[in-house]
Design a protein around this ligand. Structure first.
Ligand code: HEM
Length: 119
């Protein structure tokens, strides 16, 4: 199994991640009506910035989620699915880094979410 080393690898990761995530009924509502053709390149650029040091990603990622119908525990499902998808496709330093960064970002999202959107 190879490591993550290109934009094409990250595209495969994200497309597979979404196909896994959207099999879970509870995870569908936040993505309803989203134009994936526009969204996927953004999230791919985000991960290229994090993992491959590509420049150009400047969005405040947390704020992008504030309008969405998300409950706190859904972040755990998001993370479990992300980790599962990375492990199914890749092995190596960048793959480990992807899981670590996703884990710490999920932790940060959850702590902010609890304060702003306690339900
Ligand atoms: C319950 C968990 C999550 C759900 C349901 C979710 C859902 C979404 C949705 C629907 C969008 C598109 C928003 C829009 O364009 O209007 C989005 C964007 C995005 N999400 Fe999440 N997300 C979750 C957690 C996370 C986490 C933990 C991360 C951290 C890596 C993350 C990273 C991103 C990025 C990078 C974008 C793209 C922002 C942009 O357009 O530049 N998401 N998410």
């Amino acid at each position: 199994m190879k490591d993550i080393s290109s934009r094409a690898d990250i595209e495969l990761l994200i497309n597979t991640f979404y196909s896994n995530l959207l099999k879970i009924n509870e995870m569908k509502p936040p993505f309803e009506g989203l134009d994936f053709e526009k969204h996927v390149p953004n999230i791919v650029s985000f991960w290229c910035f994090v993992l491959l040091d590509e420049e150009g990603y400047k969005t405040n990622v947390f704020d992008k989620h504030l309008h969405l119908p998300i409950k706190l525990h859904m972040f755990d499902t998001w993370l479990n699915t992300f980790v599962f998808t990375v492990d199914a496709l890749f092995n190596g330093e960048k793959a480990e880094m992807a899981k670590q960064r996703a884990t710490s970002l999920t932790y940060t999202f959850k702590s902010k979410w609890e304060k702003i959107r306690p339900d």
